[in-house]
Design a protein around this ligand. Structure first.
Ligand SMILES: Cc1cc2nc3c(=O)[nH]c(=O)nc-3n(C[C@H](O)[C@H](O)[C@H](O)COP(=O)(O)OP(=O)(O)OC[C@H]3O[C@@H](n4cnc5c(N)ncnc54)[C@H](O)[C@@H]3O)c2cc1C
Length: 395
């Protein structure tokens, strides 16, 4: 009897909706891990150049740098290392104001993290995708829905695509599909992030500054020779602040900063972003998986949104790489379970920091000072926190 040749399983058809940093890093990882998958990447932007001008400066952890470097998508020339992080609160009524200094050398790392502009990072990912032969279909806003145990994509206005059916649709569109208030975890922090650039009297020498104020956190991130600024204020104050002249803006910011920065020499505010916590408890419905900001939008207080999204993408790529189409549902279940600790811990920690440092109840400032003093004095606690902020919470 002649043996029948084994029929080769069809490659998995995967749609990635959104060619932002999370969607592109997933596509690249799937390619790198040799997943048996036919990849289709869609983006709503008219072309790949549109988002390269996004001025937002992101702090990426050493863990994210390693991931991006392995994909050939680390914009090394554009990145500035964060070697120390100075954390303190602005509480004028308190006699002693403890501060915490996190240091890369103490943690045995070359850097605690790096800053890079969103546009620079996206440019590096787009270049790596081109090298890997991943085509992105731009000017193609799509919507995904469950269909017959799989996923179907529809074009804008419900129009049918030529080949609309996929084994899996990964939604990495940044949360554009959802009415944010309908997500299970929702909180409006009543804060707006003003972003800009600051030059201070003292060179930063790799120092990042996180200052908690009663209206929201202020972060200075080393960026080239200057600092990138993320200044969280109530929305009405944000509007007023943007209308003030530079001298008045500078005075307002100077009052909030710790002495370690020295005097502000130059300040330029150039944009604002509304802030909220919007997250899903379950990030998957059947063959639709939400990833990155589509799964959770965090307050930028701990600079963790994209770091978490990149870890989501790494876990999903690992789960899919070893699976055939028949094993897809069990691979997705493994992915769901693997992501619970990291997501839960970071959602909780970010929310606690964003809310806890604005509590004005009597004794709250002293309690926060106590927490900072404890962190400052307890190296094992600091080390545990640093490790998790850099590499995430693992199972
Ligand atoms: C002020 C500020 C500071 C921040 N700082 C930090 C930080 O220091 N560190 C950090 O880790 N994170 C930070 N973040 C968060 C970080 O910017 C996000 O987590 C990150 O951009 C999420 O990436 P993403 O790929 O999931 O989504 P996005 O970056 O939003 O990309 C989504 C992509 O999907 C496309 N798209 C949208 N709709 C559709 C559609 N219908 N069809 C097809 N494509 C679509 C869009 O065009 C876009 O290209 C900050 C955010 C803000 C606002």
């Amino acid at each position: 009897m002649t043996e029948q040749p084994a029929t080769r399983a069809q490659p998995m058809r995967i749609a990635v909706v959104g060619a932002g940093p999370v969607g592109l890093s997933l596509a690249l990882q799937l390619r790198q891990l040799g997943a048996d998958a036919e990849l289709h990447v869609f983006d709503a932007q008219p072309d790949g150049a549109a988002a390269l001008a996004d001025p937002r400066v992101l702090a990426l952890s050493e863990g994210s740098r390693q991931l991006l470097h392995a994909l050939g998508a680390w914009p090394r020339e554009a990145a500035t290392a964060i070697r120390r992080i100075h954390v303190s609160q602005c509480a004028p009524g308190l006699a002693s104001l403890p501060r915490v200094l996190l240091r890369a050398d103490e943690a045995g790392l070359p850097a605690l993290g790096y800053t890079v502009r969103y546009g620079e990072l996206l440019g590096a990912l787009q270049a790596a995708a081109r090298v890997a032969g991943i085509d992105v279909r731009y000017a193609c806003p799509v919507h995904a829905q469950q269909h017959a145990g799989a996923a179907r994509l529809l074009g804008q206005g419900g129009a049918a695509l030529e080949h609309p059916d996929f084994d899996l649709a990964v939604l990495a569109e940044g949360g554009a599909f959802h009415n944010q208030e309908q997500r299970e975890l929702h909180h409006d922090y009543a804060q707006t992030a003003l972003v800009g650039e600051v030059r201070c009297e003292h060179p930063h020498d790799g120092l990042a500054v996180e200052r908690f104020t009663e209206h929201g956190p202020v972060a200075l991130l080393p960026r080239g020779a200057d600092y990138a600024l993320v200044w969280c204020v109530p929305p009405t104050q944000a509007r007023t602040m943007l209308e003030l002249d530079v001298a008045a803006q500078t005075r307002a910011l100077q009052e909030l900063l710790p002495a370690v920065c020295g005097r502000i020499r130059e300040l330029r505010l150039f944009g604002s972003y509304a802030l909220g916590l919007n997250a899903r408890v379950r990030t998957r419905r059947g063959r639709l998986v939400q990833l990155g900001n589509a799964a959770q939008t965090l307050h930028p207080v701990a600079g963790q949104g994209l770091n978490l999204g990149l870890r989501d993408s790494a876990a999903l790529a690992r789960a899919l790489a070893g699976a055939s189409t028949r094993q897809l549902d069990s691979a997705l279940l493994r992915y769901d379970l693997a992501r619970i600790p990291d997501r839960a811990a970071l959602l909780g920690l970010t929310d606690l920091l964003a809310r806890g440092f604005t509590w004005r109840q009597p004794g709250a400032a002293a309690l926060r000072a106590g927490a900072l003093a404890m962190l400052s004095g307890c190296w094992p606690l600091r080390r545990a926190l640093q490790q998790r902020m850099v590499f995430g919470w693992r199972q």
